[in-house]
Ligand binder design. Structure first.
Ligand SMILES: Nc1ncnc2c1ncn2[C@@H]1O[C@H](COP(=O)(O)OP(=O)(O)OP(=O)(O)O)[C@@H](O)[C@H]1O
Length: 268
């Protein structure tokens, strides 16, 4: 059974090179997280006392201001970060999609990068061999796919990365938004694949600042604030509370029906 359970988990980042008072003050003024001041070494409390239970079928959006702890929570859920206190248990194969460029090699070709990135995301070589033509078509990169990645523009790299990411079959999909650098027409094409990817995946947690993407991909949400879970529940309720207005007032009835019929977050 695919699931993620987190019990009273906190994640601290000690800042070893910020010992002086003035630097401490500067850090305190800038970030959205909370800085602990009772130890000699300043500590950023990126996550504080998180208890959460997610299971197969959940489609959860993470919302909150810059520095609220969304990315850190995704990294905790993926097993990349261990909790400083508390515990976390993940059952299922995780595909962490945080940085579209991770796992890409500048010196090898687009084709080779497709394979390597697929393996990094938990696919087998055989599975990737079956998908490589479809991914190549999707990217529309043509002969560039035989050239080293360092010859690509930023947008071309994102096309390649999106092609691979949207071709996998993850049990647990952890998505940090970062798909800005493609042109609008390509993003629309990627959107359809992204929606399909989410449908195929057993469980989704998606950190985003974009209401339209959250609406398309998620049914429930968690509002993070200063490293804590401020609210969790149906997407519309949480977004309305977070934004101070209902962001769905001009959304189609069909979409609203889909959200109404969706299961509430299992941690409720
Ligand atoms: N590796 C790190 N070392 C030190 N502090 C960190 C580290 N990663 C995150 N933080 C701090 O933890 C807090 C939470 O950051 P996080 O990246 O999780 O926020 P976020 O909600 O994803 O923000 P954004 O919307 O800007 O991406 C912030 O105060 C940030 O400065």
């Amino acid at each position: 059974m695919i699931s993620i359970d987190v019990w009273n988990a906190s994640v601290d980042f000690p800042i070893f090179d910020a010992k002086t008072r003035s630097l401490k003050k500067r850090v305190l003024g800038k970030v959205g997280g909370k800085i602990g001041t009772d130890s000699k070494v300043p500590i950023i409390e990126a996550l504080h006392d998180i208890t959460l239970s997610v299971k197969s079928g959940d489609r959860i959006g993470l919302v909150g201001h810059n520095g609220a702890g969304k990315s850190t929570l995704l990294r905790l859920l993926s097993g990349i970060y261990e909790p400083t206190r508390g515990s976390a248990r993940v059952n299922g194969r995780v595909a962490p999609v945080f940085d579209l460029g991770v796992g890409m090699d500048q010196e090898i070709s687009g084709y080779e990068n497709i394979m390597i990135r697929g393996l990094y995301l938990g696919m087998t070589r055989k599975q990737m061999e079956k998908r490589v033509d479809d991914i190549a078509d999707f990217t529309e990169l043509g002969d560039y796919l035989s050239m080293p990645l360092r010859t690509y523009s930023t947008g071309m790299r994102v096309r390649l990365a999106l092609g691979v990411v949207t071709s996998i079959d993850p049990e647990i999909l952890l998505l940090d938004e970062g798909i800005g650098a493609v042109d609008a027409a390509f993003l629309n094409k990627a959107r359809d694949r992204l929606v399909d990817l989410v449908k195929r995946s057993g469980l989704l947690v998606f950190a985003s600042h974009q209401d339209d993407l959250l609406l398309e991909l998620c049914t429930s949400a968690i509002w993070m604030d200063e490293g804590r879970m401020k609210m969790q529940g149906p997407l519309r309720e949480v977004l309305t509370a977070y934004k101070g207005r209902d962001p769905f007032h001009n959304v189609s009835q069909e979409t609203l029906d889909r959200l109404e019929g969706a299961p509430a977050l299992s941690g409720d």
